[in-house]
Write a protein that binds this ligand. Structure first.
Ligand SMILES: Cc1cc2nc3c(=O)[nH]c(=O)nc-3n(C[C@H](O)[C@H](O)[C@H](O)COP(=O)(O)OP(=O)(O)OC[C@H]3O[C@@H](n4cnc5c(N)ncnc54)[C@H](O)[C@@H]3O)c2cc1C
Length: 371
């Protein structure tokens, strides 16, 4: 079988490897000119750990885990409101079998084991015909299966008529993530600043050499998801009058090559496939970073899709994959909405949260039993 995968993110690279390992031919088409750096620390939980182990990547994954000592919440004048060495901001335990890893480290690991695929960077699917796919660069391919693993704004999903703008469910906020040097003197630590209608935080990465800045804001904002200079200008404008360390954080913006800004928008698609085209990962079910499950869902979804494609004819495989994944993805979309309220409560009253019990994000994805 020849599988064309659009998108070399977590879901696309994982599927590429899993199909190659089953003896299929794989072409990966990625719109970015090279593997995309950046992103937050993301969590690999439950059955996704099993997927990584089965890929032979378990040891590499665990060796690359982030190594936080804890987190604190401060007021805008820098006064510490709470600190914890047992839980993260979202209530997850720091000491757990789950693996927190930088998103780009995980993406690189997956791309590495999928090196046997044909990789087409700087290109995208421009047309999906009855028997062929045409790339924007002009090549024509005749894959048996086309997989849209191309994220929230799935090009394949739109070309195939699986999703359109009506499938997007905005949750009303936006999150920017980027890397800058650790000029803050933090030592394996996350720190968040309590501020109305904004999320301001940073945490160390790569042996304290770097920090990953998180700046989130509420409200409508109109930006082209590919226009990074305009996105950076928008962020600088939104945070221009903020105190604490924000001016220093904004100084890192200009040089941030991995800058990423995304709306907290979920994808609610009535179906995930049509003909020989199927969606995977955020393209099919984006839950938003608020769920803390996007990576786990992408890995588990890739495993299930690869398993089904290897077991049944294409249409039956797509149906079986959607039957297994849809209830889980929908439950984690609800979890994201609940988590948004929990984080808001915690920021409203960090002292009480410090004194109280940590709630831990429980996800439907972690209950899945893998075939
Ligand atoms: C640079 C980056 C930073 C991220 N940072 C965070 C973060 O900080 N926190 C968080 O929770 N989630 C983040 N995400 C999203 C997170 O990776 C996903 O929620 C999750 O891992 C599921 O992965 P995915 O493969 O479905 O989607 P993604 O990881 O978003 O991968 C989609 C891939 O498709 C590519 N693509 C997009 N359009 C096209 C097209 N038309 N043709 C070909 N390729 C296309 C993208 O460049 C990307 O490589 C980030 C994604 C990216 C790309």
């Amino acid at each position: 079988m020849h599988v064309l995968v659009s998108g070399a993110g977590i879901a696309g690279s994982a599927l590429a490897h899993l199909m190659l390992a089953r003896g299929h031919r794989v072409t990966v088409v990625e719109v970015a000119p090279r593997p995309r750096p950046g992103g937050q620390a993301v969590d690999v939980r439950g059955p996704a750990l099993d997927v990584m182990d089965r890929m032979g990547l378990g040891d590499r994954l665990r060796a690359a885990r982030t190594d936080m000592r804890g987190m604190s919440v401060v007021a805008t004048d820098g006064t510490e409101l709470m600190r914890s060495t047992t839980t993260t901001l979202t209530g997850g335990p720091l000491d757990s079998p789950d693996v927190e890893i930088l998103r780009d480290d995980l993406a690189a690991m997956l791309a590495d084991v999928a090196a046997g695929a044909e990789w087409c960077f700087g290109d995208r699917v421009a047309e999906i015909g009855p028997d062929h796919v045409r790339l924007a660069g002009g090549r024509v391919l005749e894959p048996d299966v086309v997989v849209g693993a191309d994220g929230l704004h799935s090009g394949v999903g739109r070309l195939a008529g699986i999703v359109d703008a009506s499938c997007l469910r905005p949750l009303g906020s936006h999150l920017a993530v980027y890397t800058m040097p650790n000029v803050f003197g933090l030592d394996r630590w996350q720190v968040f600043c309590r501020c109305p209608a904004a999320m301001i935080g940073l945490y160390t990465a790569r042996d304290n050499r770097e920090v990953r800045v998180n700046l989130g804001f509420e409200g409508a904002a109109d930006y082209d998801h590919r226009d990074l200079p305009t996105q950076k200008a928008l962020l600088a404008d939104v945070f221009a009058d903020h105190g604490w360390w924000v001016p220093r954080m904004l100084e890192g913006l200009a040089d941030a090559e991995d800058f990423y800004l995304a709306p907290m928008t979920q994808v609610v698609a009535p179906r995930w496939s049509v003909g020989r085209t199927v969606l995977l990962g955020d393209a099919a079910w984006c839950t938003t970073p608020l769920s803390g499950q996007g990576t786990t869902l992408a890995l588990v979804g890739a495993h299930l899709l690869a398993h089904e494609l290897d077991t049944r004819p294409v249409a039956a495989a797509f149906a079986a994959y959607e039957d297994r994944m849809r209830p889980v993805a929908e439950a984690d979309q609800r979890l994201a909405i609940d988590n948004a309220a929990r984080v808001a409560d915690m920021m409203d009253d960090p002292g009480q949260a410090a004194a109280g019990e940590a709630w831990s994000a429980t996800s439907a994805a972690t209950t899945l039993v893998l075939p």
